[in-house]
Write a protein that binds this ligand. Structure first.
Ligand SMILES: Cc1cc2nc3c(=O)[nH]c(=O)nc-3n(C[C@H](O)[C@H](O)[C@H](O)COP(=O)(O)OP(=O)(O)OC[C@H]3O[C@@H](n4cnc5c(N)ncnc54)[C@H](O)[C@@H]3O)c2cc1C
Length: 477
């Protein structure tokens, strides 16, 4: 174990590395302890199926990383990070063989929505113009003094609406409604729940501002670039070192945990005042996921031509079907036709598979802790929009809810977002406070996706937590 230092970070996920970099940039000596043999947490890549096929173990598509106000300030290109923008960021196929698409250009997106083209422009254009200001406002704790109150209020009124309600109110046609519902489904909320629209708006706007890019060489490249920059700043990383108890750590002035609320309770629950512990214990999980990575002999034979040029595909049919799947999952039932998210990185990145062959990344939402193998349901959804898909499969690698939890203590029960992102937990994440990163233990901060702004690879939780520690422990502004 390393010697005493200014700050210790537990976990090398995107938020742990962002926290460590923020501290190191301010002149602190930092050590990161990572339980896994590899760094990166939710941003890693590996040959999961066959030699020569490079798969993203967790995150694959990165609108939030490319648009992150913090990550944008780092010289990550110098450490090998290169973004690739697929021709079409997102396609959403329908049963009639066509597809609605999210394109970087709002007008191009709108034109293909037919009767809803005007409505789409009116919804997105004013918000997209203010993306820079907006992204700073919503990628921090909700309880803050806004710098752009009018822009934030405009966004907030729309964002707080249930996705099905907003979609029916704004759009008339199936295409626009399906596209909006598919993006809203990233929330893991029932689509009639308050704030489910927030995800459709944020991810849609990010698509227009920065696209839905993928890193050349896989998501591991994001983590490697962050780690290399941290080392250049003097930070250290120790892998294969799971922290079981805060008392086992060397002396430091601050400890930042890139751990979920539940892992934090496991490590330090006994030392917390009971009031704070009870507040953390009342924090609720999001549903889980079941994931499959495929090695394919050829590109997927999508019926809709647009899907053959898209980085991400949403498979769930129309809005009512997506809403029904989300409702089933929230009630603890397995949907027969789940909402499936697909990414086909190898179409745009030749480092992912042998020439002419391809990778496919896919997952569907399942109830928290669910032990069902969803391969059949996932493959049936892909076949529905790409007949002949099964004939292209060379190998599969499945990750059940249990496999996810075993691979990263933050993914218990298959929850990939560090806790549900319902309205209550968007406001109190994990507790109601303008500085929710600070815990009841002096010098101990939480910096994972269980803090604002929540799940996704953006590093903003780590950045804000480190800023709080710098202010409160090191007296640095
Ligand atoms: C299958 C999947 C697909 C996803 N797809 C996307 C996507 O396409 N785009 C996107 O933006 N986001 C995606 N996400 C979400 C994203 O990966 C996470 O929200 C993000 O990684 C959270 O970052 P984090 O730093 O908070 O935690 P993590 O990335 O989970 O990192 C936490 C790290 O801390 C370590 N750790 C935890 N406890 C301890 C301990 N006690 N001692 C030592 N180390 C510890 C873990 O091993 C892990 O390495 C996906 C997630 C999954 C699982």
């Amino acid at each position: 174990m390393s010697d005493a230092c200014d700050a210790i970070v537990i976990g090398s996920g995107p938020n742990g590395l962002a926290a460590a970099i923020t501290l190191a940039r301010a002149g602190c000596s930092v050590v990161v302890y990572e339980a896994n043999a590899t760094i990166g947490g939710g941003a890693r890549s590996a040959e999961l199926t066959l030699p020569g096929f490079l798969h993203d173990v967790c995150s694959a598509v990165h609108p939030l990383a490319a648009g992150s106000p913090f990550l944008k300030t780092l010289p990550l290109e110098r450490f090998g990070l290169k973004w690739i923008e697929p021709a079409i960021p997102l396609a959403h196929p329908l049963d009639n063989g066509s597809a609605a698409c999210l394109c970087k250009d709002i007008d191009v997106t709108a034109e293909k929505l037919g009767e809803d083209s005007g409505a789409y422009r009116r919804l997105m254009k004013p918000l997209a113009r203010n993306w820079g200001n907006l992204s700073i406002e919503f990628l921090q704790p909700i309880l803050h003094w806004p710098q752009h109150p009018i822009t934030l209020a405009h966004f907030g009124i729309l964002a707080v609406c249930p996705a099905t309600l907003l979609s029916k109110f704004i759009f008339k046609g199936e295409r626009a409604r399906a596209l909006f519902a598919g993006i809203a489904a990233h929330s893991f909320l029932p689509l009639d729940a308050p704030a489910s629209s927030a995800f459709a708006l944020v991810l849609g706007l990010a698509g227009h501002a920065v696209g839905w890019p993928i890193p050349r060489g896989g998501s591991q490249q994001i983590s490697n670039a962050l780690a290399d920059y941290l080392r250049e700043l003097g930070g250290k990383i120790e892998v294969n070192h799971r922290i079981e108890n805060l008392r086992e750590l060397p002396k430091s002035r601050a400890i930042l945990l890139d751990a979920s609320v539940w892992e934090f309770l496991r490590i330090a629950g006994q030392e917390m005042p009971s009031g704070y512990r009870r507040r953390l214990e009342s924090f609720r999980h999001a549903p889980g996921i079941f994931k499959i990575d495929y090695a394919l002999s050829e590109p997927i034979p999508w019926k809709a031509e647009a899907c053959r040029r898209a980085g991400t595909i949403h498979l769930g049919g129309n809005m009512d079907e997506i809403a029904a799947a989300a409702r089933d999952v929230a009630r603890g039932t397995i949907p027969q036709r789940p909402f499936v998210l697909v990414a086909q990185q190898s179409l745009f990145d030749d480092t992912r598979a042998p020439r002419g062959q391809h990778t496919l990344w896919a997952y569907c939402h399942v109830p928290f802790g669910c032990s069902t193998d969803m391969s059949n349901q996932i493959e049936s959804q892909i076949e529905r929009f790409a007949p002949g898909f099964r004939d292209c499969i060379l190998a599969r690698h499945k990750m059940s809810v249990a496999d996810l939890g075993g691979s990263n203590p933050n993914l218990t029960g298959g929850d990939i977002n560090g806790g549900a992102a319902n309205l209550t937990q968007l406001i109190a994440r994990p507790v109601l406070s303008p500085t929710p990163y600070r815990t009841s233990l002096r010098g101990v901060y939480l910096c994972s996706a269980s803090t604002p702004p929540g799940g996704g690879v953006h590093g903003m939780c780590g950045y804000h937590a480190a800023r709080a520690a710098l202010r409160e422990i090191f007296g640095k502004r």
